[in-house]
Design a protein around this ligand. Structure first.
Ligand code: GCW
Length: 726
């Protein structure tokens, strides 16, 4: 239990402020959106100081200590003065941070706790007999933590503290990061250095980064983390590693973050010495039960398992003639006594199945709707192929009313320019969440599938494949932080709009100066369309070079599995280009609700951004602007390049508002982005021209190199490549 306490000004505190200010002035971005810069507006600073004359902190346990530390650091820096903790009534104007149950009597009755869920909170301004309080309150300690971060954000954003009346509860239960981190510290599809988990020095050495990771995640409402790659290594489940996992779980617990592990389906053989991993074998069933019990002994609030099975070489129940259902339910039964969950991935497609890859997950999972145990969630990527710059929403959303479906977004930019390109992903996430699945008629938005409201789901979740690594600023590109931030905010509330999120992030990360915030926000919001234009316009997809996925490789046709080759997806030939997924082609469209199927099947109503995703069309097909498909493609590629030029110009004008370090960093990265945008345009258009045999549209700049040159480029050491299959 924590008693309200007063922290005296002392030398240590001043040293701390000096150091933290020095760190900020370096502008290396380590502090993320929590840099708590001193309030620059004097009148506002005075008003804040006057309101927060002291803090009354209620009772609680380790989470309350985390809250206290955050307030101490956050307010110390924002208000640039000593933070005083005291009792209610000590000062005229106070901040009161306390769970409802422990509120001073005088403040009870202002908030109706029944409106807040377990993690929810309220922030309210209260005037009482000439005194003024800002009250942050909740039913549970975790709500208080989230409320505290929200309060600090209000200050960071220079919001007035009068008349506050905020009530927030997360709309999604499991809001988690998926790290594709290997035990050797490489990160699959990681572009920001190595894994932040130093398995070698764990459990004894607790890196400050682990704590700051937890703070950053808690500040945006993330409450779970899967520490290890879905291409899993069974070793993580051995006693030696479980001790290390426990150490991390202990660090994260006060911040409300549960730990999950990826379970390699063949672990009973590899680390358990069994001869089989058959999910129906009694010895295998017992092995998982024992293993789960052992994990919970170390980590009593362990979240559960995340599983990739029978996908891209990973073992799974189908190795034994069983189904995904058998596999998921096996692990679910082992976890159920401890309230753990199984998150089973729907990212499956088979090299032996000749049907359109886009159809395979649906065919595999939808027939078993309703047969999964209550503690199973099926985790579905946002689109049916693989995290492309643009994909239509996955047809499974809305198609399994009786099974919890979890969203999987990719925050790391495997197919969107790695950590080099500025592409603001919340815009992409928002587009998916706001897509209408029509599964229960108009208005059946994917967001409603994810928050469970469409089918009254009891368990809901959203996962993001992390973009975090050992780079000083965590995400490589300074703007990659916005993708992490935005993911968390959307997992908390899938109905938020990406513009609001960008505004928050910019103000907290850089400055509140409107001359900076508005142009840069605009630049961020347009950046997603730019990457679609210069990589995969008009519904093209998966044209990335082999393995590493760095740069264009539309010509690649020599990989062992047909659906790994870009030519499988664009199907360019002398007649035209695109994948026919209508009833005359693979008929993948039949997996959508009839309204969606009809809209996308009909060329008059199919949005042009999905054109070549669903249709194979002649090169001279007329687009809505009256130009041919061929011209339209070239113009889109050119537009993408021009959009990057505009971004560069905007950023140049921002120099007065940003520290030199980050300004220079982003400038250099934008220059690379422009170079690579041109590379995409030229390589793709030159290659497609070998089929279309048509001249480039007059709007398109002349390619800078020959097709042979682009084809000759090799990148054996491009980052993030899958090191091994295991
Ligand atoms: O997109 C593919 C990636 C693989 C990844 C896989 C998956 C973890 O190229 O690197 O493996 O998706 O999501 O399982």
């Amino acid at each position: 239990m924590i008693q309200p306490l007063k922290i005296k000004t002392n030398c240590l505190f001043i040293v701390f402020l000096l150091i933290s200010n020095a760190l900020f002035s370096m502008g290396n971005g380590y502090d993320l959106w929590l840099d708590y810069r001193k309030i620059s507006d004097d009148a506002l600073l005075r008003a804040y100081r006057d309101q927060v004359q002291a803090i009354h902190l209620g009772e609680g346990s380790e989470t309350l200590r985390a809250i206290q530390k955050e307030l101490n650091m956050g307010l110390g820096r924002l208000l640039d003065r000593e933070v005083v903790f005291g009792h209610y009534g000590d000062k005229e104007n106070m901040l009161v941070v306390s769970m409802l149950a422990h509120l001073p009597n005088e403040l009870k009755g202002y908030i109706d706790g029944s409106k807040l869920n377990k993690e929810g909170y309220a922030i309210k301004s209260i005037r009482q007999e000439g005194r003024s309080y800002v009250l942050v309150t909740s039913n549970d300690e975790l709500g208080l933590l989230y409320g505290t971060f929200h309060f600090l954000r209000l200050l960071q954003m220079h919001s007035p503290l009068d008349g506050l009346d905020i009530e927030e509860s997360p709309k999604v239960d499991i809001r988690m990061l998926n790290h594709w981190d290997n035990l050797d510290r490489t990160v699959e599809r990681g572009y920001s250095g190595f894994s932040i988990w130093n398995w070698h020095t764990l459990p004894d050495y607790i890196d400050q980064r682990y704590i700051d990771y937890a703070r950053a995640n808690a500040s945006i409402g993330i409450n779970g983390t899967a520490l290890t790659n879905v291409n899993a290594n069974g070793l993580i489940l051995t006693p030696q590693y479980l001790e290390k996992v426990k150490a991390l779980a202990d660090v994260f617990r006060p911040y409300g973050i549960k730990v999950y592990l990826t379970a390699r389906f063949s672990a009973p053989i590899e680390i358990g010495g069994l001869e089989t991993a058959d999910p129906l074998d009694p010895k295998v069933i017992q092995w998982w039960k024992d293993k789960v019990a052992e994990i919970y002994k170390h980590i009593p609030d362990f979240g559960g398992f995340l599983v990739k099975a029978n996908s891209e070489g990973q073992p799974g129940p189908q190795n034994y003639g069983r189904t995904h259902l058998d596999g998921a339910n096996l692990l679910a039964d082992a976890l159920a006594p401890f309230q753990g969950v199984v998150i089973w991935r729907a990212f499956v497609y088979s090299e032996h199945d000749p049907t359109d890859r886009a159809k395979q997950a649906y065919s595999e999972f939808v027939p078993d709707d309703g047969k999964y145990r209550d503690n199973v969630l099926i985790q579905v990527k946002n689109g049916a192929i693989d995290f492309q710059p643009r994909e239509p929403f996955h047809p499974m959303f809305g198609a399994m009313p009786q099974t919890p479906l979890m969203m999987e977004f990719q925050i790391t930019k495997e197919y969107l320019g790695f950590a080099t390109h500025l592409v603001y992903l919340p815009k992409l996430f928002e587009e998916v969440l706001q897509s209408d699945s029509y599964s229960k008629g108009k208005g059946s938005y994917v967001a409603k599938v994810i928050d469970g409201s469409l089918d009254h789901k009891k368990l809901t979740g959203m996962a993001g494949v992390a973009n975090i690594g050992t780079d000083a600023n965590w995400t490589g590109h300074p703007f990659g932080q916005a993708d992490w931030y935005g993911f968390g905010r959307l997992a908390w509330d899938p109905y938020l709009d990406s513009g609001t999120i960008a505004n928050e992030w910019l103000r907290c990360t850089f400055t509140n100066d409107i001359n900076f915030v508005e142009p840069v926000r605009k630049m961020m919001l347009e950046s997603r369309e730019a990457v679609v234009n210069y990589m995969t316009p008009l519904g093209l997809h998966h044209m990335f070079d082999t393995g590493h996925h760095y740069g264009p490789g539309p010509w690649v046709d020599n990989l062992s599995r047909p659906e790994w080759n870009p030519v499988y997806y664009h199907k360019a030939d002398a007649q035209g280009i695109g994948f026919d997924r209508t009833s005359t082609g693979s008929n993948a469209l039949a997996q959508y609700a009839p309204e969606v199927e009809k809209r996308f099947s009909n060329l008059d109503t199919c949005p042009e951004e999905y054109l070549l995703w669903f249709h194979h069309l002649p090169w001279d097909h007329q687009l809505r602007n009256g130009r041919t498909l061929w011209d339209g493609l070239g113009m889109k590629y050119q537009q993408g390049v021009d959009q990057v030029r505009t971004m560069i110009q905007t950023w140049e004008e921002m120099e007065p508002y940003v520290d030199e370090f980050r300004h220079h960093q982003v400038s250099q990265l934008l220059d690379i982005q422009l170079k690579e945008a041109k590379w995409w345009r030229d390589a793709c258009m030159l290659y497609f021209q070998t089929y279309s045999k048509m001249d480039f549209p007059k709007e398109m700049e002349k390619p800078e190199n020959t097709l042979e040159y682009y084809k000759s480029l090799q990148f054996p050491f491009a980052p993030g490549i899958r090191p091994t299959w295991n």
